[in-house]
Design a protein around this ligand. Structure first.
Ligand code: GDP
Length: 471
């Protein structure tokens, strides 16, 4: 165990040096983590970001681009041979097809290396050739981050926490009945374990569909390559005073510990600990549409995610990081093309208030943090319609369900974020004075001129925050 930890540390030290420089030419590398809960928009974000960094006509807020210093951007083989490659070409083909469609969402960790040739700025910029910077983009499910909390919880503690929430939710009724029947089982067969785990997963799926964000273990709904393995076939059971040595409770406990050792720790060691900058994508509009409890869960999830980046938060993580810390974290509300631009400032103010709260809750300090509202791929156009003699600012797009054009008025976000955050905190049943709508739009057919990437909203500002200082 001790030897294992030491070996890990030695490897990390060597890697920490290797990560920042690449090959014999000492070319700097930035590892950019892209995360967010399922459907937050990670796949679309990476696809559009890469396309817009290669064809940069729509990136005026990226300062190095505005200064004409980016000479070239091109994809290269990634440095990690055992990590799946982000399927950029197929995802781009989906959004640029004659009849475009949304690409398949993130299901596991994947990586892509984009290299940028950049001329230095300033007086000495003209001397020497352009330098190369490698941007390694690492896409991973936000659900996996929340597993960090498991490392400090025993099986009994985790079960008690999870069941406490489950007791209050209608979606958990069937699972609780199966768990009740399994209590105190002194012998068991694999189908018993599977039935229990399947019932638990069905509950997690229903909880996620109802907008709940506290889905642990994170791999149960996004198993990656581990699907069906015993380390992913367990479930919480109520604490027992003297569980039988060969009983079901002890087996569940053993599998929970195996999950932490074999699944959670390797992810944090191999991927998370190597990240330099991070963007966390948040589907804030869907949460607002979901009502106050959904916004409250979003607020808690943001604090939990930020907590994962707090230095010294966790003994295991501190031993991996050895003082290295993420330098910048951007929380971006995605899909801002559901709003007329006159409301973007309000969405950003809500994100900023949520971020401030998350920083306070997680006692987070150190990294440079920011909040923004963006759309990685603009699927709508703006339109002002006349509604009973009043002009109403809408967006128009093709509906995903019917393929028909429709105008959406999503509701008016309050100027003061507290008007949303206070009812959320008190878990009010509904918004007092407003109603919010979202619609799923299909991506719009694109007619790109040479040099243009897909249309977006503020993707260039996001890129400037995340990597602009290194270009
Ligand atoms: P992931 O699970 O985080 O990888 O999420 P995806 O990137 O697959 O996005 C999930 C869904 O959100 C997509 O299928 C789209 O329906 C929607 N979406 C993502 N980005 C945008 C955007 O910029 N604009 C709009 N209108 N919808 C988006």
């Amino acid at each position: 165990m001790v030897i294992g930890t030491l070996a890990d540390e030695v490897t990390r030290r060597a890697e920490a040096v290797g990560d920042r420089i690449s090959g014999a030419f000492f070319e700097p590398v930035i590892r950019l983590g892209v995360t967010g809960l399922a459907r937050a928009g990670k796949t679309v974000f990476i696809t559009s970001l890469v396309a817009n960094l290669m064809d940069r006509a729509r990136m005026p807020q990226l300062v190095a681009q505005a200064d004409g210093r980016i000479v070239a951007a091109y994809l290269q083989p990634q440095p990690d041979d055992t990590v799946p490659r982000f399927d950029y070409e197929n995802h781009l083909a989906a959004i640029t097809a004659a009849e475009p469609f949304w690409p398949e969402s993130t299901r596991t960790v994947s990586e892509l290396r984009l290299s940028l040739k950049v001329r230095s700025g300033g007086l000495l910029g003209g001397f020497g050739g352009p330098r190369t910077l490698h941007l390694d983009i690492v896409d991973y499910p936000g659900e996996w981050l929340l597993d960090l909390g498991l490392l400090e919880k025993s099986y009994a503690q985790w079960s008690a926490d999870v069941l406490d929430w489950a007791d209050r939710r209608a979606e958990a009724r069937d699972f609780l009945a199966v768990a009740e029947a399994a209590a105190g089982q002194t012998t068991w067969e694999e189908p018993d374990a599977r039935a229990l785990a399947d019932a638990y997963k069905a509950y997690l799926r229903a909880a996620r569909d109802a907008g709940h964000a506290d889905i642990t273990p994170g791999r149960f709904l996004l198993p990656g390559e581990m699907e069906g393995s015993p380390a992913l076939t367990f479930a919480p059971l109520r604490p027992e005073d003297a569980p039988a040595r060969k009983g079901l409770w002890r087996e569940m406990e053993r599998r929970y510990e195996a999950y932490k050792d074999r699944v959670v720790k390797p992810f944090f060691r191999d991927h998370f600990a190597r990240i330099d900058r991070q963007v966390v994508l948040v589907d804030a509009l869907s949460a607002i549409h979901g009502g106050p409890p959904a916004v409250e869960e979003l607020r808690r999830a943001m604090a939990d995610i930020l907590g994962a980046f707090r230095p010294g938060r966790n003994r295991f993580l501190s031993s991996l990081l050895m003082g290295k810390r993420v330098e910048k974290i951007l929380f971006a509300a995605t899909k801002a093309d559901h709003l007329h631009h006159t409301q973007h400032g309000r969405l950003t103010a809500i994100m900023e208030a949520l971020l401030r709260d998350a920083v306070d809750r997680a006692s987070f300090a150190g990294a440079d943090t920011a909040a923004m509202s963006i759309a990685a791929l603009r699927a709508t156009v703006e339109e002002t319609v006349n509604h009973g003699g009043h002009p109403v600012d809408c967006v128009r797009g093709r509906l995903l369900t019917t393929g028909k054009q429709a105008a959406l008025y999503p509701g008016e976000l309050p100027e003061d974020p507290k008007r949303l955050l206070n009812p959320a905190r008190s878990l009010a049943e509904g918004w007092l004075d407003a109603d919010y709508n979202v619609m799923a739009f299909a991506p719009a057919p694109l007619r790109l001129k040479p040099g243009e990437g897909p249309p977006h909203i503020r993707l260039d500002r996001a890129a400037q925050f995340l990597i602009g200082d290194r270009l």
